[in-house]
Ligand binder design. Structure first.
Ligand code: FES
Ligand SMILES: [Fe+2]
Length: 459
């Protein structure tokens, strides 16, 4: 059998030459994965095309571009893109790359524009991608076809406001692809029936010198919070007493009621809801809450105010949609890879908007959503960077992912999905399974038909 070192080179060779088979079998094992998956730039470059772009990947939320001709600049892996809403309301995602000599055509984070004019030589593109203007066009002869020089376009679909894109024309539709994750997204969105989710402008952006997969590894890691976030938990307990949000992550968490589930296609779920008996009373206190609460009680009565206030605290759900969208509490976290050891995390606050949900709820949600990225995320980032540093040691090859693999604590949900106690590394194993399936396929190209997954791959 190959040594892992040899296999890595075979894997890279196979990834480059398109050989089918499980090129990553030696590197992604059930109970461990090889360190090179986090440190090897060639693997990183391969996954920027075969993971990001081949599967449905979260791009933006519709509420970021609510009006005709709104746009927002995003990234798909390393590709700069622009997500637009055309004049007719339809959604599009175009590659932010001029077809003349390659410059980005959109240089603002967001705005409203029917057209993008590349500042280099002023080629102009419609917000749906078509090339509509070329200065001094007499400089081009009969072989010049504007119709062939539109911006690159992604296949785009939305699920309840969440906009996803891919180059892969052969993928099933988004709803099918999301599978059980769609049902969980429904539960998350329908906490207040009829409410509309609004992703607030701006984001808390954190950069970290770590591989992007370290973030996904952490997204349903119910083992770490009681240790990584100890200072935050101690502070909360000292100040607010027992029972407040997050305190169920301390001690032997596997004796508690939280679970993790493999939703398929690399999507995973960490469910804390069974630990939450009363949402508002268990919310961590926040500045100004007494004034808001008494205003609401006076206006809505106790029962009405209790129901509305429950929308303030985090949902108790961590829903992770492969490969880059993490729905945590009331927030969206988007993972953006920049290099093999450099990632950015954007935390977006959300509000729920409905005629029967008072604006004070939005104000309180904003205060509560200041809490975790500020007090908790630095703990995680410090660990991601520490992992990246440790993983550079060539002599120590393996990352252990086998927690609760063989303890008999794994079962099935009523829907037939693998589930386990909360400290299980089942979600990490689910991630790697999907990663390997994609990496063993061929990158999809713009407009190309099927991204050729090898026969027998566990799609
Ligand atoms: S590079 Fe865009 S117009 Fe020349
Ligand atoms: Fe954490």
């Amino acid at each position: 059998m190959d040594t892992p070192h040899d296999s890595r080179h075979h894997a890279l060779h196979d990834a480059r030459t398109g050989t089918c088979g499980d090129a990553y079998a030696a590197l992604v094992q059930e109970h461990r994965v090889h360190r090179s998956l986090y440190t090897d730039r060639a693997i990183f470059e391969a996954e920027m095309n075969t993971v990001f772009g081949q599967t449905w990947t979260f791009l933006a939320h519709e509420s970021e571009i609510p009006n005709p001709n709104d746009y927002v600049r995003k990234r798909l892996g390393l590709r700069p893109i622009v997500v637009t809403r055309a004049a007719d309301g339809t959604l599009h995602a175009v590659l932010n790359r001029c077809t003349h000599r390659g410059a980005t055509v959109c240089r603002h984070d967001s705005g409203n524009a029917r057209r993008f004019t590349c500042p280099y030589h002023n080629w102009t593109f419609a917000n749906t991608g078509e090339l509509v203007g070329v200065p001094i066009v007499a400089g081009y002869g009969p072989g010049f076809d504007k119709g062939e020089l539109g911006l690159g376009k992604l296949r785009v679909e939305t699920y309840r406001g969440f906009v996803f894109g891919t180059f892969n024309q052969a993928l099933p539709d988004l709803k099918t692809h999301l599978g059980q994750a769609a049902a969980h997204l429904d539960q998350w969105l329908d906490r207040w029936p009829g409410a509309k989710l609004v992703v607030r402008h701006g984001a808390t952006k954190l950069r970290c010198n770590g591989n992007w997969k370290l973030v996904y590894d952490n997204s349903a890691d119910g083992y770490h919070p009681g240790f990584s976030h100890l200072s935050l938990l101690r502070m909360r307990k000292d100040r607010y007493g027992g029972g407040v949000d997050m305190q169920w992550v301390s001690g032997d968490v596997d004796a508690g009621l939280q679970t993790v589930t493999d939703l398929g296609n690399g999507n995973t779920f960490l469910d804390q809801r069974a630990e939450i008996t009363a949402y508002w009373p268990q919310a961590a206190p926040m500045p100004g809450e007494n004034a808001y609460e008494s205003t609401l009680r006076a206006r809505l009565g106790d029962a009405g105010a209790d129901a509305a206030l429950d929308m303030v605290m985090g949902s108790g759900m961590n829903l992770n949609i492969f490969p880059n969208l993490l729905i945590i509490g009331n927030q969206l976290q988007v993972i953006e890879p920049f290099d093999v050891d450099h990632s950015e995390l954007s935390w977006y606050a959300t509000s729920l908007e409905a005629d029967d949900l008072p604006p004070e709820i939005t104000a309180l949600r904003m205060r509560l959503q200041e809490d975790f990225p500020a007090f908790g995320e630095p703990d995680d980032l410090a660990n991601f960077e520490a992992c990246q540093e440790g993983l550079r040691i060539a002599e120590m090859e393996w990352v252990h992912t086998g927690r609760h693999l063989d303890t008999g604590r794994e079962g099935m949900t009523p829907e037939g999905l693998p589930t386990s106690v909360v400290s299980s590394e089942l979600p990490i194993r689910a991630f790697w399974k999907q990663w390997k399936t994609l990496m063993n396929g061929q990158p999809a190209r713009i407009g190309a038909a099927p991204a050729g997954l090898c026969a027998g791959d566990d799609a």
